[in-house]
Design a protein around this ligand. Structure first.
Ligand code: DUC
Ligand code: ZN
Ligand code: ZN
Length: 454
């Protein structure tokens, strides 16, 4: 064997048990109660530690052109930070250019990722901007290439109309794709932004005020209605409001295949952050909502109505956030979080808010299952050896100085976590060791995902 991790407590989405785990050629080769007789090049003693599958962050924006600039983490910086937070796969967004075949949007980003050098494995989702001609049918070629998830934005100048959204869902059903949606009501956002601006209300609070609960809730309901009417699957990204949670719960109860993702920023912060002196740093879309929405998200997690946790990692440098110090419309939307997701959710498990199995289900097992990523998402024989060793006794305070992103600030500054990852392995290779990135630029490979049954 190449590696044996001994005496740890293995956590899966279902159970926790003491066992050793052996790795050969980047794969999990054996799991057993005592593998000490098996020769191995390297043996790691994990007594008192948890051994977890690496997290899959199903929503990132690395080197993402947005808000008049480009997000500040390259594929390398972002995945280096991911590794140091126990995330071993990221699903990043490539947005289609106008006139571009969907598969070409994948190949373009794949080339960029290879040039920048990726530190852990990555997959891609494709943001659809241009449905003209037969471009939507190029979905099939993208799926054959290994990318089977697509996203529509109901907001932004490149967002799609309801009619286009509906056509995209029809094509997805035909070809076995999964559609993700950024749900906010564009007309309402534009109306409220203009109204507040004309009244001179331009502080970061008005970013939230122009995208409040009902603006997201209405769009969640509308998106779900289109998916239901076609009886096709839908994945709602970064769900942040109570009404949306209720719509998801109702659709699931009715038997529809509706998935919901939320992000740590919505579980931890409320709209109060936009009143802070550094409120602009928290500006992302959708914005954090009120306490009722946060409570509804946690309840939904406990009920099983939230399927995944992801980050929407999209950092911008302080100088760029400062563009909108006195005018929220100029603040590039997005925050850093790629290194914080798994430690945050695991700390909640350590504090007894959820179980460790639930954290694994939300952060690793479900994203792999939902996006057809067959080699990842659990510690079982034959899967990639993407493994995190977690010390439940290690306390950690987040400071930008101990993060590994290129971002020059973090909204998580000062966060105290109970328990922290101490090692991360990507396909059996150590990439993070006690505070240090020890991986390599270019190690990460593109993960191809299977299409859905159709
Ligand atoms: N929201 C953000 O805050 N940033 C990137 C894209 C998005 O939808
Ligand atoms: Zn979004
Ligand atoms: Zn996003």
């Amino acid at each position: 064997m190449d590696l044996i991790i001994k005496n740890g407590t293995i956590v899966t989405e279902k159970e926790m048990f003491k066992a050793d785990i052996a790795v050969k050629d980047g794969k999990i080769a054996l799991i057993g109660t005592d593998l000490s007789d098996i020769p191995a090049e390297k043996v790691v003693d994990a007594t008192g530690k948890l051994v977890l599958p690496g997290a899959i962050d199903a929503h990132t924006h690395l080197s993402f052109p947005f808000g008049g600039t480009v997000s500040s983490d390259s594929y390398f910086a972002g995945t280096r930070a991911a590794a140091c937070g126990g995330t071993t796969t990221v699903f990043d967004y490539t947005n289609q250019n106008f006139g571009e075949k969907l598969v070409d949007a994948v190949k373009r980003r794949e080339a960029q990722a290879a040039e920048e050098g990726v530190a852990v494995d990555y997959g891609l989702h494709i943001g659809i901007k241009d449905p003209s001609g037969d471009l939507l049918d190029s979905m099939q070629e993208a799926i054959e290439y290994g990318v089977s998830s697509f996203k529509v934005f109901m907001v932004y100048d490149f967002g799609v109309s309801d009619g286009v959204f509906y056509k995209v869902l029809e094509k997805a059903k035909q070809y076995g794709a999964l559609i993700a949606v950024h749900a906010e009501n564009n007309e309402m956002v534009n109306l409220l932004v203009e109204r507040y601006a004309s009244e001179g209300k331009l502080s970061p609070w008005y970013h939230y005020a122009s995208r409040p609960e009902f603006v997201e809730g209405e769009a969640d309901r509308r998106a779900i209605a289109w998916a239901k009417s076609l009886n096709t699957a839908l994945y709602i990204v970064h769900l942040a409001d109570k009404e949306g949670v209720e719509a998801v719960t109702q659709a699931k109860d009715e038997g529809y295949e509706i998935y919901a993702e939320t992000c740590p920023q919505y579980l931890h912060f409320t709209d109060e952050v936009f009143k802070r002196e550094d409120g602009r740093n928290f500006v992302c879309s959708p914005p954090m909502k009120g306490q009722e929405s946060q409570d509804a998200l946690w309840e939904a997690i406990k009920r099983g109505d939230i399927d995944t946790i992801a980050t929407d990692h999209c950092p911008f440098q302080q100088s760029e956030k400062d563009w909108g110090k006195d005018d929220f419309r100029k603040i590039p939307n997005g925050c850093a979080g790629i290194e914080n997701m798994y430690p945050y959710m695991l700390s909640k498990a350590n504090d007894g808010v959820i179980t460790f199995q639930k954290a694994v289900e939300l952060c690793s097992f479900n994203p792999a299952r939902i996006f057809g990523c067959e080699d990842k998402g659990s510690l079982s024989v034959g899967k990639d050896a993407d493994i995190v060793i977690y010390d439940p006794e290690k306390n950690f305070t987040v400071h930008n100085s101990n993060m590994h992103s290129d971002s020059d600030h973090t909204i998580w500054e000062g966060l105290e976590l109970h328990g922290y990852p101490i090692q991360t392995y990507s396909r059996g290779r150590l990439v993070y060791d006690n505070g240090e990135f020890v991986g390599e630029k270019g190690w990460g490979k593109m993960v191809k995902c299977a299409a859905r049954a159709h």
